[in-house]
Design a protein around this ligand. Structure first.
Ligand SMILES: NC(=O)c1ccc[n+]([C@@H]2O[C@H](COP(=O)([O-])OP(=O)(O)OC[C@H]3O[C@@H](n4cnc5c(N)ncnc54)[C@H](OP(=O)(O)O)[C@@H]3O)[C@@H](O)[C@H]2O)c1
Length: 429
């Protein structure tokens, strides 16, 4: 087979890793696909910028058509990021009959379905393993490894920045603001961390995971999202007393034909497999009806880990080329989208309530829960603080989201309830 020519869009963190892996692992790649692989052109913004990898002269360009309309280029690897302009580039590449590998979760979460349709119409592969969990082979794990099973639950720690922050808050008892600042200084958090800390990055990844895992087209707007910026060190400390670890969890659950997908700070029981995932590491816990529990764990980002997933996709494209099946491996969703309504979403909840220390207030609170059919699993009544405010920490048994929302409304009708300081989903093993 002839040399496979690649056009690389982007030469930043991931792109430089792709160049290194193709260079350093050429023998292994050659052995697997039976032909050499060469990078023919690389699109960047600035050709004069200092690069971390050695390049042959003339490789860099700022002209997209040098790649997108070069008939000799077989595969376009997109590692530049961005949404609208990037989508146009990839559509052009696919229409030119080029296979595409991308690491771009933002693009795949928003426009994956459209891009996959264009790819299959043109007999092209479009693979995106690196878009979720960096170097963890989770998408192939779901689509191929668990192809024969019916997945009913996926829970993911799919954002390294927030896991790093929550790990440090938990192990060092420090505040969110302090740890975020340190994470930014160490390069674990962006200068503008909004997309990470408010849960949007995780929501995009959960959109991709849920679509594949449940074989149902899930839109980003279907994912209920809340981030970690309001999590306090007190919350984490109380959670610890009750045997819980705080994580930002992407939660996707299927019951019958209906699904729910959300991202929220969540208390996991300490013995849950995800509770031990520390720092910037990612993991996805998958429950299948036949296989039971599985967990995929590893580095969720970084130059070489992410590039490993990208180049593995490239290997898959070339293997398909050898047997002439490009564009045929994408599986279209099997089921029409059916989302649970709030009365069908069940969870346990942790609540931290500040109350005026008055006779009867606890009875009023328990009456509200009882009226809504929700009982308690655990209760901590904490010593009275200054200005006579007392704190009640409780964990409920399973409650529907409808009942839980109603409880929150009714709690504020009790004059002695000053504030519901925090409220989190609880997941036990
Ligand atoms: N970083 C990770 O660990 C990681 C993990 C998983 C997925 N991803 C995804 O991988 C993609 C790349 O991330 P990254 O961290 O490698 O980004 P990055 O370091 O910012 O690199 C982006 C590269 O793309 C080039 N570029 C950006 N916009 C361009 C444009 N309009 N025209 C031409 N070139 C352009 C830049 O050129 P210059 O070098 O000239 O500025 C740079 O080389 C993103 O979609 C990201 O979400 C990243």
């Amino acid at each position: 087979m002839k040399t496979i020519s690649i056009g690389l869009l982007g030469l930043g963190t991931v792109g430089s890793g792709v160049v290194q892996i193709i260079k350093n692992h050429q023998d292994k790649i050659m052995h697997q696909v039976g032909c050499p692989v060469e990078i023919k052109k690389i699109l960047v913004k600035d050709v004069h910028k200092q690069r971390s990898v050695e390049l042959e002269p003339g490789l860099l360009t700022t002209e997209p058509d040098d790649i997108l309309r070069d008939d000799e280029i077989d595969v376009v690897i997109e590692v530049m990021g961005g949404i609208h302009g990037t989508k146009d580039y990839l559509i052009t590449a696919l229409r030119q009959g080029k296979h595409v590998v991308t690491a771009n979760k933002d693009l795949m979460a928003l426009h994956g379905s459209e891009l996959l349709t264009v790819a299959s119409e043109h007999g092209c592969d479009l693979f995106y393993e690196a878009s979720v969990g960096g170097g963890i082979p989770i998408l192939r794990g779901l689509v191929d490894g668990l192809a024969s099973d019916r997945i009913t639950q996926m829970m993911g720690i799919v954002n390294g920045t927030t896991n790093y922050i929550l790990t440090k808050m938990s192990t060092e008892g420090r505040s969110y603001g302090e740890v975020l600042k340190e994470a930014q200084e160490l390069g674990f958090a962006e200068a503008d961390p909004t997309s990470d800390v408010e849960g949007l990055d995780a929501a995009r990844k959960m959109t991709i995971l849920a679509t594949l895992g449940f074989s149902m087209h899930i839109d980003l707007d279907d994912v209920k999202v809340s981030g970690i910026s309001n999590v306090t060190e007190e919350d984490i400390r109380y959670g610890k007393q009750l045997g819980y670890t705080m994580k930002l969890i992407g939660y996707a659950h299927r019951e019958g034909e209906k699904v729910e997908v959300s991202v929220a700070p969540t208390f996991l029981s300490d013995n849950h497999p995800l509770a031990s995932v520390q720092n910037e590491y990612n993991a996805v816990y998958v429950y299948g009806e036949a296989v039971g529990e599985t967990m995929f764990y590893g580095p969720g980002a970084g130059s070489l880990p992410t590039a490993t997933a990208v180049v593995s996709d490239l290997v898959a494209v070339i293997k398909n080329l050898r047997i002439g099946v490009n564009g045929k491996s994408a599986v279209t969703p099997q089921y029409p989208k059916q989302l649970k309504d709030d009365s069908e979403k069940y969870s346990k909840y942790f609540l931290r309530i500040h109350v005026q220390d008055e006779v009867g207030v606890f009875a009023d609170i328990t009456a509200i829960f009882a009226r809504n059919g929700v009982s308690f699993e655990k209760i901590l009544q904490l010593p009275i603080k200054k200005n006579e405010t007392s704190e009640i920490v409780l964990v409920t048994h399973q409650a529907s989201l409808t009942n839980y929302d109603q409880i929150l409304v009714e709690l504020y009708d009790v004059p002695a309830v000053k504030e519901v300081k925090s409220a989190y989903r609880v997941v036990r093993k």
